[in-house]
Design a protein around this ligand. Structure first.
Ligand code: FAQ
Length: 310
Protein backbone atom coordinates (compact mmCIF):
# COMPACT_ATOMS: atom_id res chain seq x y z
CA UNK A 1 0.00 0.00 0.00
CA UNK A 2 1.31 3.44 -0.92
CA UNK A 3 1.94 5.74 2.05
CA UNK A 4 0.99 9.33 1.27
CA UNK A 5 3.00 11.95 3.19
CA UNK A 6 0.86 14.65 4.81
CA UNK A 7 0.87 18.06 3.14
CA UNK A 8 2.30 21.13 4.92
CA UNK A 9 -1.28 22.39 5.39
CA UNK A 10 -2.24 19.15 7.12
CA UNK A 11 0.86 19.32 9.33
CA UNK A 12 0.08 22.91 10.33
CA UNK A 13 -3.53 21.96 11.04
CA UNK A 14 -2.47 19.04 13.23
CA UNK A 15 0.05 21.25 15.07
CA UNK A 16 -2.55 23.96 15.71
CA UNK A 17 -5.08 21.41 16.92
CA UNK A 18 -2.54 20.19 19.50
CA UNK A 19 -1.90 23.76 20.62
CA UNK A 20 -5.63 24.45 20.87
CA UNK A 21 -6.25 21.30 22.95
CA UNK A 22 -3.21 21.93 25.21
CA UNK A 23 -1.49 18.73 24.02
CA UNK A 24 2.24 19.19 24.51
CA UNK A 25 4.43 19.41 21.42
CA UNK A 26 7.26 16.90 21.75
CA UNK A 27 10.72 16.82 20.13
CA UNK A 28 9.68 14.17 17.58
CA UNK A 29 6.60 16.14 16.45
CA UNK A 30 6.44 18.29 13.36
CA UNK A 31 6.50 22.00 14.21
CA UNK A 32 6.66 25.20 12.15
CA UNK A 33 10.19 26.58 11.71
CA UNK A 34 9.20 29.85 13.44
CA UNK A 35 7.97 27.89 16.50
CA UNK A 36 11.26 25.97 16.70
CA UNK A 37 13.37 29.12 16.22
CA UNK A 38 11.45 31.10 18.82
CA UNK A 39 11.83 28.28 21.35
CA UNK A 40 15.55 27.85 20.66
CA UNK A 41 16.02 31.60 21.13
CA UNK A 42 14.02 31.82 24.36
CA UNK A 43 15.30 28.62 26.00
CA UNK A 44 18.91 29.44 25.11
CA UNK A 45 18.50 32.92 26.59
CA UNK A 46 16.92 31.38 29.67
CA UNK A 47 19.70 28.77 30.07
CA UNK A 48 22.46 31.37 29.67
CA UNK A 49 20.70 33.54 32.28
CA UNK A 50 20.75 30.76 34.84
CA UNK A 51 24.46 30.15 34.35
CA UNK A 52 25.62 33.78 34.03
CA UNK A 53 23.33 34.51 36.98
CA UNK A 54 25.63 32.42 39.19
CA UNK A 55 28.34 35.09 38.98
CA UNK A 56 26.95 38.01 41.07
CA UNK A 57 26.20 35.65 43.97
CA UNK A 58 29.28 33.46 43.45
CA UNK A 59 31.30 36.55 44.27
CA UNK A 60 29.97 36.42 47.85
CA UNK A 61 30.50 32.76 48.82
CA UNK A 62 33.84 33.43 50.49
CA UNK A 63 32.46 36.47 52.33
CA UNK A 64 29.22 35.00 53.70
CA UNK A 65 28.72 36.19 57.31
CA UNK A 66 28.19 32.71 58.83
CA UNK A 67 28.63 29.03 58.00
CA UNK A 68 24.83 28.67 57.78
CA UNK A 69 24.50 31.48 55.24
CA UNK A 70 27.48 30.16 53.27
CA UNK A 71 25.92 26.68 52.99
CA UNK A 72 22.59 28.13 51.88
CA UNK A 73 24.21 30.40 49.29
CA UNK A 74 26.35 27.56 47.93
CA UNK A 75 23.31 25.28 47.55
CA UNK A 76 21.33 28.05 45.88
CA UNK A 77 24.04 28.87 43.33
CA UNK A 78 24.54 25.19 42.61
CA UNK A 79 20.80 24.91 41.88
CA UNK A 80 21.11 27.69 39.29
CA UNK A 81 23.85 25.71 37.51
CA UNK A 82 21.48 22.72 37.50
CA UNK A 83 18.72 24.87 35.99
CA UNK A 84 21.08 25.82 33.18
CA UNK A 85 21.72 22.11 32.60
CA UNK A 86 18.00 21.19 32.37
CA UNK A 87 17.41 24.10 30.01
CA UNK A 88 20.36 23.41 27.69
CA UNK A 89 19.13 19.80 27.54
CA UNK A 90 15.59 20.94 26.67
CA UNK A 91 16.99 23.28 23.98
CA UNK A 92 19.17 20.50 22.54
CA UNK A 93 16.03 18.47 21.75
CA UNK A 94 15.27 21.18 19.17
CA UNK A 95 18.36 20.32 17.14
CA UNK A 96 21.11 22.63 18.36
CA UNK A 97 24.10 21.41 20.37
CA UNK A 98 25.35 22.73 23.71
CA UNK A 99 28.62 23.74 22.04
CA UNK A 100 26.72 25.90 19.54
CA UNK A 101 24.77 27.64 22.32
CA UNK A 102 27.95 28.38 24.27
CA UNK A 103 29.81 29.58 21.16
CA UNK A 104 27.02 32.10 20.42
CA UNK A 105 27.13 33.34 24.02
CA UNK A 106 30.89 33.80 23.89
CA UNK A 107 30.61 35.64 20.57
CA UNK A 108 28.14 38.08 22.17
CA UNK A 109 25.39 36.88 19.83
CA UNK A 110 23.13 35.25 22.42
CA UNK A 111 21.41 37.17 25.18
CA UNK A 112 21.11 36.54 28.91
CA UNK A 113 18.85 38.34 31.40
CA UNK A 114 19.65 42.04 31.69
CA UNK A 115 19.54 41.89 35.50
CA UNK A 116 22.84 39.99 35.67
CA UNK A 117 24.64 43.00 34.19
CA UNK A 118 24.48 44.71 37.57
CA UNK A 119 27.13 44.27 40.28
CA UNK A 120 26.47 42.68 43.70
CA UNK A 121 28.12 45.18 46.04
CA UNK A 122 27.51 43.82 49.55
CA UNK A 123 25.87 41.03 51.54
CA UNK A 124 22.43 42.66 51.44
CA UNK A 125 22.54 42.16 47.66
CA UNK A 126 22.35 38.40 48.32
CA UNK A 127 19.02 39.07 50.00
CA UNK A 128 17.79 41.38 47.25
CA UNK A 129 18.81 38.97 44.46
CA UNK A 130 17.07 35.98 46.07
CA UNK A 131 13.96 37.93 47.00
CA UNK A 132 13.57 40.08 43.87
CA UNK A 133 15.49 38.39 41.04
CA UNK A 134 14.41 34.85 41.93
CA UNK A 135 10.99 36.26 42.84
CA UNK A 136 10.64 37.79 39.36
CA UNK A 137 12.07 34.65 37.74
CA UNK A 138 9.56 32.40 39.51
CA UNK A 139 6.61 34.61 38.58
CA UNK A 140 7.58 34.10 34.94
CA UNK A 141 8.47 30.43 35.36
CA UNK A 142 5.26 29.35 37.11
CA UNK A 143 3.52 30.55 33.97
CA UNK A 144 6.06 28.75 31.76
CA UNK A 145 5.25 25.41 33.42
CA UNK A 146 2.26 25.45 31.05
CA UNK A 147 4.31 26.28 27.96
CA UNK A 148 3.33 24.23 24.92
CA UNK A 149 6.74 22.57 24.37
CA UNK A 150 6.93 19.42 26.53
CA UNK A 151 10.67 19.34 27.38
CA UNK A 152 10.62 23.04 28.36
CA UNK A 153 7.47 22.64 30.47
CA UNK A 154 8.89 19.65 32.34
CA UNK A 155 12.18 21.46 33.05
CA UNK A 156 10.13 24.35 34.46
CA UNK A 157 8.27 22.17 36.98
CA UNK A 158 11.50 21.17 38.68
CA UNK A 159 13.05 24.63 38.41
CA UNK A 160 10.02 26.25 40.06
CA UNK A 161 10.31 24.02 43.13
CA UNK A 162 13.88 25.15 43.68
CA UNK A 163 13.27 28.77 42.75
CA UNK A 164 10.65 29.15 45.47
CA UNK A 165 13.25 28.13 48.08
CA UNK A 166 15.60 30.73 46.57
CA UNK A 167 13.03 33.48 46.86
CA UNK A 168 12.43 32.65 50.52
CA UNK A 169 16.12 32.49 51.42
CA UNK A 170 16.57 35.95 49.89
CA UNK A 171 13.59 37.36 51.74
CA UNK A 172 14.88 35.84 54.99
CA UNK A 173 18.20 37.68 54.58
CA UNK A 174 16.36 41.00 54.07
CA UNK A 175 14.02 40.35 56.97
CA UNK A 176 16.87 39.51 59.36
CA UNK A 177 18.81 42.58 58.30
CA UNK A 178 15.72 44.73 58.87
CA UNK A 179 15.57 43.32 62.41
CA UNK A 180 19.26 44.14 62.93
CA UNK A 181 21.25 47.32 63.46
CA UNK A 182 20.68 50.71 61.82
CA UNK A 183 23.60 50.00 59.46
CA UNK A 184 22.07 46.69 58.42
CA UNK A 185 18.70 48.33 57.73
CA UNK A 186 20.46 50.97 55.60
CA UNK A 187 22.26 48.23 53.66
CA UNK A 188 19.02 46.34 53.02
CA UNK A 189 17.23 49.49 51.81
CA UNK A 190 20.20 50.39 49.59
CA UNK A 191 20.15 46.91 48.02
CA UNK A 192 16.41 47.22 47.34
CA UNK A 193 16.98 50.65 45.78
CA UNK A 194 19.54 49.20 43.37
CA UNK A 195 17.77 45.94 42.45
CA UNK A 196 14.10 46.99 42.23
CA UNK A 197 14.16 48.49 38.73
CA UNK A 198 16.51 45.88 37.19
CA UNK A 199 14.15 43.18 38.59
CA UNK A 200 11.16 44.83 36.87
CA UNK A 201 13.16 44.95 33.62
CA UNK A 202 13.52 41.15 33.71
CA UNK A 203 10.00 40.80 32.32
CA UNK A 204 11.06 42.41 29.03
CA UNK A 205 9.71 45.39 27.10
CA UNK A 206 6.10 46.56 27.25
CA UNK A 207 3.79 44.26 25.27
CA UNK A 208 3.48 46.93 22.60
CA UNK A 209 7.28 46.84 22.05
CA UNK A 210 7.73 43.08 22.36
CA UNK A 211 8.84 41.54 19.04
CA UNK A 212 8.14 37.92 19.87
CA UNK A 213 5.09 38.03 22.12
CA UNK A 214 2.29 37.80 19.59
CA UNK A 215 3.49 34.53 18.01
CA UNK A 216 4.72 33.20 21.36
CA UNK A 217 1.29 33.79 22.92
CA UNK A 218 -0.55 32.40 19.88
CA UNK A 219 1.48 29.19 20.07
CA UNK A 220 1.38 29.13 23.90
CA UNK A 221 5.17 29.28 24.26
CA UNK A 222 4.36 32.17 26.60
CA UNK A 223 1.12 31.86 28.56
CA UNK A 224 1.03 35.43 29.88
CA UNK A 225 2.44 38.63 28.45
CA UNK A 226 5.47 40.58 29.70
CA UNK A 227 3.28 43.31 31.23
CA UNK A 228 0.83 40.88 32.85
CA UNK A 229 3.64 39.03 34.61
CA UNK A 230 5.44 42.22 35.65
CA UNK A 231 2.19 43.53 37.13
CA UNK A 232 1.68 40.31 39.13
CA UNK A 233 5.19 40.57 40.53
CA UNK A 234 4.84 44.25 41.47
CA UNK A 235 1.51 43.75 43.23
CA UNK A 236 2.70 40.79 45.32
CA UNK A 237 6.15 42.20 46.18
CA UNK A 238 5.17 45.63 47.50
CA UNK A 239 3.34 44.21 50.56
CA UNK A 240 6.35 41.97 51.27
CA UNK A 241 8.59 45.06 51.36
CA UNK A 242 6.15 46.94 53.61
CA UNK A 243 5.85 44.01 56.02
CA UNK A 244 9.53 44.26 56.94
CA UNK A 245 9.76 48.06 56.82
CA UNK A 246 11.40 48.56 53.42
CA UNK A 247 10.41 51.35 51.02
CA UNK A 248 9.94 50.64 47.33
CA UNK A 249 12.14 53.19 45.49
CA UNK A 250 9.34 54.51 43.29
CA UNK A 251 8.04 58.04 44.01
CA UNK A 252 4.99 57.39 41.80
CA UNK A 253 3.78 54.48 43.96
CA UNK A 254 0.18 54.95 45.06
CA UNK A 255 -2.24 52.59 46.78
CA UNK A 256 -5.62 52.61 45.03
CA UNK A 257 -9.03 52.00 46.66
CA UNK A 258 -9.16 48.47 45.18
CA UNK A 259 -5.94 47.56 47.05
CA UNK A 260 -3.66 47.54 44.00
CA UNK A 261 -0.72 49.89 43.45
CA UNK A 262 -0.13 52.44 40.73
CA UNK A 263 3.57 52.63 39.96
CA UNK A 264 6.15 54.54 37.95
CA UNK A 265 7.80 53.76 34.63
CA UNK A 266 10.97 51.79 33.97
CA UNK A 267 13.91 53.66 32.44
CA UNK A 268 13.63 52.01 29.01
CA UNK A 269 16.70 53.74 27.66
CA UNK A 270 18.75 51.98 30.32
CA UNK A 271 16.99 48.67 29.59
CA UNK A 272 17.73 48.77 25.85
CA UNK A 273 21.34 49.84 26.46
CA UNK A 274 21.82 46.77 28.70
CA UNK A 275 20.01 44.44 26.28
CA UNK A 276 22.22 45.81 23.51
CA UNK A 277 25.34 44.59 25.34
CA UNK A 278 26.28 47.85 27.09
CA UNK A 279 25.39 46.77 30.63
CA UNK A 280 27.86 47.73 33.40
CA UNK A 281 29.17 44.17 33.92
CA UNK A 282 28.54 42.56 30.53
CA UNK A 283 32.17 42.24 29.48
CA UNK A 284 33.20 41.01 32.92
CA UNK A 285 30.43 38.35 32.90
CA UNK A 286 31.37 37.11 29.42
CA UNK A 287 35.13 37.11 30.12
CA UNK A 288 34.56 35.13 33.30
CA UNK A 289 32.40 32.57 31.50
CA UNK A 290 34.93 32.20 28.67
CA UNK A 291 37.74 31.63 31.18
CA UNK A 292 35.72 29.15 33.30
CA UNK A 293 34.74 27.26 30.15
CA UNK A 294 38.38 27.05 29.00
CA UNK A 295 39.55 26.01 32.50
CA UNK A 296 36.91 23.25 32.54
CA UNK A 297 37.93 21.76 29.18
CA UNK A 298 39.97 18.96 30.78
CA UNK A 299 37.02 18.02 33.01
CA UNK A 300 34.68 17.71 30.01
CA UNK A 301 37.25 15.68 28.10
CA UNK A 302 37.92 13.36 31.05
CA UNK A 303 34.20 12.81 31.67
CA UNK A 304 33.69 12.08 27.98
CA UNK A 305 36.61 9.62 27.87
CA UNK A 306 35.29 7.87 31.00
CA UNK A 307 31.82 7.58 29.44
CA UNK A 308 33.31 5.71 26.43
CA UNK A 309 34.70 2.99 28.71
CA UNK A 310 31.24 1.88 29.92
N1 FAQ B 1 17.11 40.70 29.33
O1 FAQ B 1 10.07 40.22 22.18
P1 FAQ B 1 10.55 40.24 23.60
C1 FAQ B 1 16.76 33.67 36.64
C2 FAQ B 1 15.16 40.78 24.60
S1 FAQ B 1 16.22 33.21 35.12
C3 FAQ B 1 17.74 40.52 28.16
O2 FAQ B 1 9.57 40.63 24.63
P2 FAQ B 1 10.58 37.51 24.56
C4 FAQ B 1 17.14 32.63 37.64
C5 FAQ B 1 14.57 39.55 23.93
O3 FAQ B 1 15.44 38.43 24.05
C6 FAQ B 1 15.96 34.76 34.29
N2 FAQ B 1 17.09 40.55 26.97
O4 FAQ B 1 11.24 38.83 23.95
C7 FAQ B 1 18.24 33.13 38.47
C8 FAQ B 1 14.41 40.04 22.51
O5 FAQ B 1 15.69 40.04 21.86
P3 FAQ B 1 16.06 38.94 20.70
C9 FAQ B 1 15.75 34.58 32.90
C10 FAQ B 1 15.76 40.73 27.00
O6 FAQ B 1 11.60 36.47 24.53
C11 FAQ B 1 18.00 33.96 39.55
C12 FAQ B 1 14.05 41.50 22.68
O7 FAQ B 1 14.53 41.87 23.95
N3 FAQ B 1 14.40 34.14 32.64
O8 FAQ B 1 16.80 34.82 36.85
C13 FAQ B 1 15.04 40.89 28.20
O9 FAQ B 1 9.26 37.22 23.93
C14 FAQ B 1 19.05 34.41 40.35
C15 FAQ B 1 12.55 41.75 22.58
O10 FAQ B 1 11.83 41.21 23.71
C16 FAQ B 1 13.99 33.82 31.43
O11 FAQ B 1 14.75 33.90 30.48
C17 FAQ B 1 15.77 40.87 29.39
N4 FAQ B 1 15.17 41.05 30.58
O12 FAQ B 1 10.28 37.93 26.09
C18 FAQ B 1 19.52 32.71 38.21
C19 FAQ B 1 12.59 33.34 31.29
N5 FAQ B 1 13.74 41.06 27.89
O13 FAQ B 1 16.03 37.58 21.37
C20 FAQ B 1 20.58 33.15 39.03
C21 FAQ B 1 12.29 32.89 29.89
C22 FAQ B 1 13.64 41.01 26.55
O14 FAQ B 1 15.03 39.06 19.64
C23 FAQ B 1 20.34 34.00 40.11
N6 FAQ B 1 12.24 33.99 28.96
N7 FAQ B 1 14.85 40.82 26.02
O15 FAQ B 1 17.44 39.33 20.27
C24 FAQ B 1 11.13 34.72 28.76
O16 FAQ B 1 10.10 34.51 29.38
C25 FAQ B 1 11.18 35.75 27.68
O17 FAQ B 1 12.31 35.48 26.85
C26 FAQ B 1 11.25 37.22 28.20
C27 FAQ B 1 11.35 38.17 26.98
C28 FAQ B 1 9.98 37.55 28.96
C29 FAQ B 1 12.47 37.44 29.08
Amino acid sequence: MEIIAPTTEQLIQEFELKIASDTKIEARDWMPDAYRENLIRQISQHAHSEVIGMQPEGNWITRAPSLRSKKILLAKIQDEGGHGLYLYSAAETLGMSREEFIALLHAGKAKYASVFNYPALNWADMGAIGWLVDGAAITNQVSLQRTSYGPYARAMVRICKEESFHQRQGYEIMWRMMEGTEDQRTMAQDALNRWWWPALMMFGPHDSDSTHSSLALKWKIKRESNDQLREKFIQKTIPQAELIGLNIPDPALKLQPDGTYLHGEINWEEFWAVVGGNGPCNQQRLDHHIKAHADGKWVRETAYAASLKH
